[in-house]
Design a protein around this ligand. Structure first.
Ligand code: ADP
Ligand code: 5SP
Length: 488
């Protein structure tokens, strides 16, 4: 008898990835990847095109029984009354809604910022920053009122792709899951209900008008969300059960099999420290967002706008290969001879400095070498992650070690220096597509049912331990504090 196969998709910022796995064992059968366009504003049709490309590249889905889509969180996908996309989606890393975030905090706090921050954290688990969907909706109401007036439905990247795979018959069939809904800013993951009053506030609508907007049905962690319809090329997918899907960070936690109390650090386009937790968080400082995971628990996380692309940028400046970059960075001394890179190259979200730029400080004639610069870039990125680990700890999470994932682990320098700079042992599972794996596991769970997701053995895990280097973090913290002071 042939094995039952499941597929998992990661529609991430830079690319679309698909894995096809054996539902019983998790063994990888085939995989593919296709690029997404650059930019922080992308038409969802580009994700649909890339999904079609990867489905093609893996030889189709005829032998696959169930599929789930994981995706970048927060992207604002707007549909009109005919189910057509109104405008390109604003992505999680688009910062144009920074003022809208400030305005909404002010409004919920009746003019008092501290009260507003506490009110948002209590209501939806997170203080608003430009990444969250609800701030993008306010930006739209303020800057593109004609588009705002056309909104019939609001959904997220993974919701829209799941719906497209189902044939996109009626907007009323849109679905989402609790993990991605928890990143909208208008969903309470404690009561598992939409906050339409907050949606109304963001879009400057009456409660009745907000009620009329279609929001995706939130399906359970292993519920069949929809049946397949057809793919980009019109091929029949009616044999497919479509799983609920998930936000990419919840997908990675599921793919890694993280249990409550375990933490991951992801170096993708974003940098993310995420901890599976049995209890919710409501961090009024705004550093930790109180999201949900894909199993029914919570996923407090600290996310940066700057991730592995900090190293891409430094590599480009130096004009070297990946291997050369790693070699010179590792040959340099800890502390990079006094060079400190605070890598706010895209502005930053954690801390919330959307208008910030990166800094390189401590330069002298003696220390300004390619090796020290490469080392400072790696240390700067890891220190940024270290600050996120501390923020998650401040929410009562005991982070004794972390699992390191994301495309960034392919940088030998980043994974080698991670335990010393983060100051904890680091498990590095074999580089892989853990978000897509989590989505595939969710698809297998949909088929198998039961209270717990299937347990799939992880391939080789490298356990890295090193003497902590607190002096590297101390130099970074001083430089980061100077940037913060400039923006105060
Ligand atoms: N061969 C490689 N060696 C080192 N790093 C790589 C390599 N290929 C990709 N990367 C890194 O992976 C990053 C993308 O990570 P990924 O997790 O796929 O991003 P996302 O999921 O956000 O689209 C790139 O920005 C780059 O830094
Ligand atoms: O905004 C967040 C989480 O809050 C990001 O983590 C996005 O979900 C994008 O993730 P990657 O493309 O970097 O995986």
């Amino acid at each position: 008898m042939s094995a039952t196969l499941v597929a998992g998709v990661d529609s991430s910022t830079q690319s679309c990835k698909i894995v096809i796995r054996d539902a019983a064992t998790g063994a990888l059968v085939r995989e593919a990847k296709a690029s997404h366009p650059e930019g922080t504003e992308v038409h969802p049709d580009e994700w649909w095109r890339a999904l079609g490309e990867v489905v093609d590249a893996v030889g189709g889905l005829d032998d696959v029984a169930a599929l789930s889509v994981g995706g970048q969180q927060h992207g604002m996908v707007l549909l009109d009354a005919d189910g057509e996309v109104i405008r390109p989606a604003l992505l999680w890393n688009d910062t144009r809604s920074a003022q809208a975030a400030r305005d909404l905090i002010h409004e919920l706090g009746h003019g008092d910022e501290a009260v507003g921050r506490r009110a948002w954290a209590d209501a939806v688990g997170s203080v608003l920053v430009a990444s969250l969907t609800i701030t993008k909706l306010r930006w739209l109401a303020d800057h593109e009122p004609d588009n705002a007036a056309r909104i019939a439905a609001v959904c997220l990247p993974h919701d829209w792709l799941t719906w497209k795979l189902s044939g996109a018959t009626s907007m009323r069939t849109l679905t989402t899951d609790r993990s991605d809904a928890s990143g909208t800013g208008y969903f309470d993951a404690v009561t598992n209900t939409y906050r339409r009053d907050l949606l109304a506030l963001a879009l400057r609508l009456s409660r009745e008008e907000a009620e009329a907007i279609v929001l995706p049905r939130v399906v359970g962690p292993h519920e069949v969300a929809l049946r397949g319809g057809h793919d980009v090329l019109g091929r029949d997918l009616s044999h497919l059960a479509l799983g609920p899907g998930c936000g990419d960070n919840a997908g990675a936690a599921l793919g890694l099999g993280l249990r409550p109390g375990q933490t991951s650090v992801s170096l993708g386009t974003s940098g993310v420290v995420a901890a599976v937790s049995a209890t919710p968080t409501h961090d009024a400082s705004g550093l930790v967002t109180g999201f949900a995971d894909a199993t029914g628990a919570f996923l407090p996380l600290a996310c940066t706008l700057n991730g592995a692309r900090v190293l891409d940028a430094a590599k480009k400046v130096l004009g070297v290969t990946y291997a050369e970059f790693d070699e010179i960075a590792l040959a340099a001394e800890p502390g990079a001879g006094g060079l400190v890179h605070v890598p706010y190259l895209e502005g930053e979200r954690t801390p919330n400095l959307p208008g910030a730029t990166g800094t390189l400080t401590g330069m002298t004639l003696a220390n300004l070498t390619p090796g020290n610069y490469a080392r400072a870039a790696v240390e700067g990125l890891l220190c940024l992650m270290g600050a996120c680990v501390d923020a998650v700890r401040a929410q009562g999470v005991d982070v004794a070690e972390v699992a390191l994932v994301g495309g960034g682990v392919k940088w030998v320098s980043a994974r080698t220096l991670a335990p010393a700079v983060l100051g904890v042992p680091v498990d590095v599972p074999e580089p892989g597509e853990y978000v897509a794996d989590g989505a595939a596991k969710q698809a297998a769970w949909v088929l198998a049912g039961g209270e717990e997701p299937p347990v799939w053995e992880l391939a080789d895990v490298e356990h890295l331990v090193a003497e902590p280097q607190p002096q590297v973090r101390a130099a970074y913290d001083a430089a980061a504090a100077a940037v913060l002071a400039q923006h105060a």
